[in-house]
Design a protein. Structure first.
Lengths: 129, 129, 129, 129
DNA sequence: GTGGTCTAGACCACA
DNA sequence: GTGGTCTAGACCACA
């Protein structure tokens, strides 16, 4: 479950992204406890100090709260989490459009490709009517 | 103009991706000459042997043709290039859908976000009517 | 057990020929393990990278299969091996005819020489009835 | 027209083979003048001394005769040349049988392959009746 | 131990 | 100058 680190961005930023994804997807829910810094460091094969830096940055933005002796907890604010989720979605969509355009596709074509891919997935859908 | 290498995939594969993007986008057009192995190596700050490996793999797949003493050239086949472009688009769309779903968005929401983002871009469009 | 390299063809191609002969003759049988790259390099007194190149070219042609950490194995396909054997035989016969003709021999004479040589061998045969 | 030298045999021996082939094939006919040592050295890209050694060895076997100031000449004896031709043919046939057997073919199969190949060649024959 | 990747650098063949 | 081959040797991933 290691991060595929790239060499152009600080690792602690990549760790933040990694955690934000889990917040946005609901894997880490509001108010729940994050893995300890040491545990996270072990899982990601990085130095605990690097994890601490990531946790601290997130605390500054009120995304998590650390309670000495207890651990680090996801914010109780559902709004805050929803905010992150929307931000990440925006970024995702922007990147997608940018890359699709770089490949020379028009808006129409992009929408068409997306619709087709959805249909494909529906065919092989495993989760419901 | 360096590649932002990640550490989980061979550099020569990342170089191939880098070049395929340029093929698909038309930056490297059918029949045109690629930068020489040495030049590409300098630009990307990698060893010429690593570039050669990338070029050779692409040659095996008939994407480029090397002519000793002359250089390495993009295939003349527009079809081959279109094929790459479509493949890359498919992969792009699949990844996008996968990540959007990981963030908990439904098909409807994804399409809506996309449509909104397009509108935004149209407002700031620099090449439109 | 060194290869008698000639200077006009890449060593890795000569290594491939060397191995193909052993495949065709059954010395390396279907599914069996080839000597490791390092061992083969030592035996042939070449660099391991050169052996690897030979092995990789053979893998691309589905003649061998490499399993990381385990070694390189001859294809399981008897058909594939038979195919090689036939190809090599064809080439052998063609070269023989070509050289015999270069010496000014006719088809009749060639066949006669062959028949005589077989008789000779039969006389000194060690495994015959 | 360079020789594809291998590294396991003296170059002068390889030059002798090269010349014997031309004798046997009639390209160098009985009594005719061989290229001068200097010319041969230039053609083969070797040192003239190496050519001289080859010529000398052939002279010892009465295959050629050197006449000071005139050059080196092929023996006048047709018998001698025929003898070489037969020797080379024997060696050729023996090598062929040996290699075919190494590929696992029986006498019957070898003769069959040869016959088939002759038929093939007849089809595409350019000098036939 | 096995194969995989990469660097550094030499020398060659072709133009 | 361009690609092709090869050596030497490092370090990694998998078993």
């Amino acid at each position: 479950m290691a991060i595929n680190y790239d060499t152009t961005r600080p690792i602690y930023e990549q760790i933040i992204d990694y955690i934000l994804k889990k917040l946005a997807s609901g894997e880490f829910s509001a108010g729940s406890k994050l893995p300890s810094q040491r545990e996270m460091a072990k899982v990601l094969s990085v130095n605990p100090n690097t994890v601490q830096r990531a946790y601290r940055e997130m605390e500054i933005k009120d995304l998590v709260e650390t309670r000495r002796g207890l651990g680090t907890f996801v914010t109780e604010s559902e709004d805050k989490i929803e905010e992150i989720r929307v931000e990440m979605a925006e970024e995702l969509v922007e990147n997608f459009i940018e890359e699709a355009r770089a490949l020379g596709f028009t808006e129409k074509e992009i929408e068409k490709m997306l619709a087709e891919k959805f249909k494909e997935f529906e065919g092989g859908n495993t989760d419901g009517a």
